[in-house]
Design a binder for this molecule. Structure first.
Ligand code: COA
Length: 260
């Protein structure tokens, strides 16, 4: 696929996907979503990329939502299909075998907030505004926002954010645990890269399984989840990376992981 609205940049060990429609505040139309899906797959396949960062082009927006021009035309069946397609793309992103960091550089509204919610870690610029304003347009969040937000901030706050639809600032988002960290706008890219580089020093298979284990904890009862954890633990014990990690510790040196 030729990318028109998404920029890909790989600088080992970090791959960056930039949603690039700044004149429309990076709004997610069908083409952007298709490109985002392809970009996520490309990043997953690239062995030089250990961690993926997603951000928005321009000074103002991460992503200001699904494209309202497209949404305005939807009919009941196409609306359901559009929502299901958007959800599928975000599931794909969420299931990447590598950690994904959202670098929220401005407005993250509607689908933009939902995109950030599907990432593993969220770092926001001080000028970020985050929210799910859909009810103000007579719709509800359709890319998984009603399901993921409560898992991150709890049902009471999710209910308020979804039903009121008012965006919140970065400091408030940090206070309620919606974002992991807030930094000055000029420091956002470096902060995301710093976090990505730190993750890239960890064992890649360990990261992959740890990410899956945490994600699955929301769908499993405690006992089943702990059984899964034990089997992942055993699986990691069979890897060369595990031997390298332990040996490096004992030899007082940094580990060099091969992802094997
Ligand atoms: N879909 C389509 N176009 C969008 C958009 C969206 N979600 N968000 C912004 N744009 C477009 C605007 O229509 C405008 O295009 P134009 O220059 O061709 O008229 C351009 O992006 C700039 O936006 P503008 O509204 O002029 O910027 P602003 O700084 O005055 O306001 C926002 C910024 C984010 C407050 C405002 O754009 C907004 O409310 N956007 C919609 C947010 C939303 O409801 N998202 C959820 C959708 S489900």
């Amino acid at each position: 696929m030729d990318y028109e609205n998404v920029l890909l940049h790989a600088e080992a060990p970090v791959g960056t996907i930039t949603i690039n429609r700044p004149d429309k505040l990076n709004a997610l139309n069908a083409r952007v979503m298709a490109e985002l899906s392809q970009a996520a797959q490309d990043m997953d396949k690239d062995d030089n990329v250990r961690v993926v960062v997603i951000t928005g082009a321009g000074e103002k927006a991460f992503v200001a939502g699904a494209d309202i021009g497209e949404l305005a035309k939807m009919q009941p069946v196409s609306g359901r299909d559009d929502s299901a397609f958007g959800q599928a793309v975000l599931f794909e992103l969420e299931k990447l075998s590598k950690p994904v960091i959202a670098a929220i550089n401005g407005y993250a509204l509607g689908g933009g907030c939902e995109l950030a919610l599907a990432c593993d870690i969220r770092i926001a610029s001080e000028k970020a505004k985050i929210g799910l304003p859909e009810v103000g347009l007579g719709i509800l969040p359709g890319y998984g926002g009603t399901q993921r937000l409560g898992r991150i901030v709890g049902m009471g706050l999710a209910m308020e954010l979804v039903l009121c639809g008012d965006p919140i600032g970065a400091a408030e988002a940090h206070r309620i645990g919606l974002v992991n960290k807030v930094v000055a706008p000029a420091e956002l890219a470096a902060a995301a890269r710093e976090m990505a580089e730190k993750l890239a020093t960890r064992g890649p298979i360990a990261l992959r399984l740890a990410k899956q284990a945490v994600q699955k904890s929301f769908d499993l009862d405690l006992k089943t989840g702990c059984e899964m954890e034990s089997s992942y633990f055993g699986l990691l014990a069979s890897t060369a990376d595990m031997k390298e990690g332990m040996t490096a510790f004992l030899e007082k040196r940094k580990p060099s992981y091969k992802g094997q």
